[in-house]
Design a protein around this ligand. Structure first.
Ligand code: C5P
Length: 252
């Protein structure tokens, strides 16, 4: 049997060659890492949940005209995606102070921000993904001014979509990170949302209790990460209510 070609292995996902040119298969691992991989664990079922949740968010975005790399889910852990040229920036959108912003500016976690704040970090693990200014991005040629304008608009549309969707199930989106890639359509280049959108890359807080339902549960040893992600999936109707008690069981 032919072995498929591994294109890239990251901390939480593996990319394999896809069945058609311009496609890839994205595999979600159970590995959890934090603090630039200084803290590591294997959380049974995390990959299954993130595959399904990322499918849910990306499908919703595609449906409202925000282009993403997502084509279709293949199985419990894999999805077919468009191959993109990743822009080497992490695009972070924040609605409430938390994490590195709270630390950097001495803000109390949970402080509502006067408006959504978009930050860019240069994707380089060896440097710890440093925060960069638009000046650096343009000067070093990571993206053009037009790309930056488009990335900002994309990030804010994703924020409105995610915040509204999660508000409907009693969850506040404090912040999240997306990655953006280029695709070529004939002579035209378009920027689309890539990578994943899941509780690994968002801060999600229960609106009533403030309970954390994201990777901070792992970062700060606040409980069982799979239980937190299962709760998010259950509220969104991605998992049947009964599986909130047992481990992930997918519907359809
Ligand atoms: O750590 P920080 O506060 O800068 O993270 C902001 C948001 O971006 C959080 O939701 C975090 O989960 C996400 N993030 C990520 N991957 C990184 C850095 C941050 O998903 N490498």
């Amino acid at each position: 049997m032919a072995r498929r070609k591994k294109i890239y292995e990251g901390k939480a996902k593996i990319l394999f060659e896809g069945p058609e040119p311009g496609t890839l298969v994205q595999y979600f691992k159970d590995d959890a890492t934090a603090f630039n991989a200084e803290k590591k664990a294997v959380i049974e079922g995390k990959g299954v949940l993130n595959n399904r949740l990322s499918e849910f968010f990306m499908t919703g975005l595609n449906n409202i005209g925000v282009p993403t790399h997502f084509i279709k889910r293949l199985n419990m852990r894999e999805q077919l995606i468009r191959s993109v040229e990743i822009i080497p920036l992490e695009v972070i959108v924040r609605n409430f102070a938390a994490g590195t912003l709270a630390k950097r500016l001495g803000l109390e976690e949970g402080t509502a921000l006067p408006r959504p704040i978009v930050e860019f970090c240069y994707k380089d693990d060896s440097l710890g993904d440093p925060l960069v200014a638009e000046e650096h991005i343009i000067a070093f040629g990571w993206a053009s001014q037009q790309d930056l304008d488009d990335m900002l608009a994309l990030a804010l549309r994703v924020n409105d979509f995610l915040s509204g969707m999660m508000m409907g199930v009693g969850i506040r989106v404090a912040d999240f990170k997306i990655e953006i890639g280029r695709v070529w359509e004939g002579d035209f280049m378009r920027l689309i949302v890539a990578d994943e959108i899941s509780p690994d890359s968002c801060r999600l807080w229960d609106i009533k209790t403030g309970q954390k339902l994201d990777k901070d549960v792992f970062r700060r040893d606040l409980g069982d990460l799979a239980d937190a992600y299962t709760e998010v999936a259950r509220r969104l109707g991605v998992l049947p209510a009964a599986s909130a008690v047992s481990k992930p069981t997918l519907i359809n």
